[in-house]
Design a protein around this ligand. Structure first.
Ligand SMILES: [Zn+2]
Length: 410
C-alpha cells in the first residue's frame, strides 16, 4: 500500500468578492483534485491545537502524524534540525533575526532582506567578538537564510534548558516600529531570562553598527543589519521515529527548511528538488516528478507546496488561484496517474488557511479529501471549504490523519 499526502500550504480561504463570492479553492480549475474528491471522502479537520498559534510548523507536525501538544518545542529547534546543527538536551535554541534598529526602535525585523552571504559574515564576527570577550560565553551563532539565524545557548542542565525555553520573548515581526526597551522589559520580557541574553542583543550593535558589510549596505541605500534579536527559543524536540510509530518508510518533498527540520527529527527521507523555492516561482513540474520517484521506494510521501500560502500573505488572489491550478496540473494529476493499478490512498489538505483578506494564517478548520483505490466515495464532489461539508468524514484532530489512513478510519 502506498500513501501520498498533498499539502497545498495555506490554500483554504474565505469567500472573495473578486471571485464572485467564491474562495480560491472553489474558483481554481482543478480536474485532478476534483476527481479525487468525487471518488473519495470529504470533511473538515484542524491541524492546530487550541493552545498554539497557527504556524506552518505546528500544523505540518500534525499532518506528519505527531501531536504538537506532545512534541512541539518551538520554531528555533526545528530550524536547527533542518540546518543539520546537532544540539543536546542542555541546549536552548533561539531564533536570531538580524534586524535594523533605528533610534532604539524596530525599524525592520528582516534588515532589508539581507543576503545569506552578508549575514554569514556578520554571524562569524559575532562569534569571534563574544568568544574573545567573555571566557564564560556559552553560546554560538549559526547563520541561516537571509535574516533567519539561530543562537544556541548551552545551559548547565536539561532542567535549566527546559525552564529557559518557556520564558517569554517577543517575535520581532510583531513589534514593527516599536521601542526596543519596552519590548525587553515589563510584561513583554521575562526577567527570569539570563541577563546575558539581553546583553547579547544590545552588545551585538557594537559589533554590527560599523561593520564593513553594513557600511556597504548603507552606501548602496540598503538597511543595515545593525542588531540581532533573540526570540522563539526552545529545547531540542524528541520526535519519535515515524517508522517506529507507523511502521512505514516516509519521505517529504518541500521547499521550506522548517518542514525539512520536522521531517529530519522524525526520520523522514528529505528529498531535495532542484527548483523547489518555497515561492510562486517554484518548479511544480519537478516536484511532481520527484514525488513519483519517491513513491517507488517509500511507503508514504508528503508533498508540501508553499506557494498558495505566500500568495495569501501577499494578498494576491490571482496568484493563489494560479498556484492551486499548478498543483493540480503538475503534481496531483501526474502523481495519481503514476499510481494507477496499485493499491494506494491519497489525501489532500492545507495545513491552515491563509486568507488573502487577512494576509496571514488563521486557525479555522481546513477541508480534507481522502481517496482510497479500493473504496467508493461519499457525496462530496469537490475539494473546497463548502463542498467537503457534504462528505462523510468526521472532524478529527489533524495529527490522527496518518492513523486514519492506515486503519481505514474514514
Ligand atoms: Zn503553512
Amino acid at each position: 500500500m502506498k500513501y501520498v499526502i498533498f499539502i497545498p500550504d495555506g490554500s483554504s480561504d474565505y469567500p472573495i468578492d473578486e471571485l464572485d463570492g467564491m474562495t480560491p479553492l472553489m474558483a481554481a480549475d482543478t480536474p485532478n483534485i476534483d476527481k479525487m474528491a468525487k471518488e473519495g471522502f470529504g470533511g473538515l479537520t484542524n491541524n492546530v491545537p487550541d493552545a498554539y498559534t497557527p504556524g506552518s510548523d505546528v500544523a505540518n507536525m500534525s499532518i506528519f502524524g505527531f501531536n504538537p501538544a506532545d512534541y512541539y518545542t518551538g520554531r528555533g529547534p526545528l530550524e536547527a534540525g533542518s540546518m543539520g546543527i546537532e544540539t543536546t538536551d542542555k541546549d536552548v535554541i533561539f531564533r536570531c533575526n538580524t534586524i535594523t534598529q533605528k533610534d532604539n526602535h524596530m525599524d525592520d525585523f528582516n534588515a532589508g532582506h539581507i543576503t545569506s552571504e552578508e549575514a554569514e559574515i556578520l554571524m562569524d564576527s559575532l562569534n569571534d567578538y563574544f568568544n574573545g570577550k567573555y571566557d564564560d560565553f556559552k553560546g554560538r551563532f549559526y547563520s541561516g537564510v537571509s535574516y533567519r539565524h539561530l543562537f544556541v545557548y548551552s545551559c548547565d542542565s536539561a532542567e535549566d534548558a527546559k525552564l529557559l525555553a518557556d520564558l517569554k520573548t517577543m517575535p520581532p515581526h510583531d513589534i514593527a516600529g516599536e521601542n526596543l526597551d519596552e519590548n525587553t522589559s515589563g510584561d513583554r520580557w521575562d526577567e527570569k531570562l539570563p541577563k546575558f541574553i539581553k546583553k547579547i542583543m544590545w552588545e551585538s550593535g557594537e559589533v554590527l553598527e560599523n561593520h564593513e558589510v553594513n557600511k556597504k549596505r548603507v552606501e548602496n541605500g540598503k538597511k543595515p543589519a545593525n542588531m540581532v534579536w533573540l526570540w522563539g527559543q526552545g529545547v531540542t524536540p524528541t520526535l519519535p521515529n515515524f517508522k517506529d510509530v507507523y511502521g512505514l518508510d516516509a519521505a517529504v518533498i518541500t521547499g521550506v527548511d522548517l518542514l525539512k527540520g520536522i521531517g529530519a527529527f522524525a526520520g523522514f527521507d528529505i528529498i531535495d528538488v532542484p527548483g523547489a523555492t518555497g515561492y510562486f516561482d517554484t518548479d511544480y513540474e519537478a516536484k511532481g516528478k520527484y514525488a513519483i520517484e519517491a513513491l517507488k521506494n517509500h511507503d508514504v510521501v508528503f508533498v508540501h507546496i508553499e506557494a498558495p500560502d505566500e500568495a495569501g500573505h501577499a494578498s494576491d488572489t490571482a496568484e493563489k488561484v494560479r498556484a492551486i491550478e499548478q498543483i493540480d496540473k503538475h503534481i496531483v494529476g501526474p502523481v495519481l496517474d503514476s499510481l494507477k493499478g496499485q493499491d494506494f490512498k491519497a489525501a489532500i489538505l492545507p495545513d491552515h488557511p491563509t486568507p488573502v483578506s487577512v494576509g496571514t494564517h488563521t486557525r479555522d478548520d481546513v477541508p480534507l479529501i481522502i481517496y482510497s483505490s479500493d473504496k467508493t466515495g461519499d457525496e462530496c464532489e469537490s475539494f473546497d471549504e463548502q463542498s467537503v461539508l457534504k462528505g462523510s468524514l468526521d472532524k478529527k484532530e489533524g495529527y490522527k490523519l496518518m492513523s486514519r489512513l492506515i486503519n481505514d478510519d474514514f
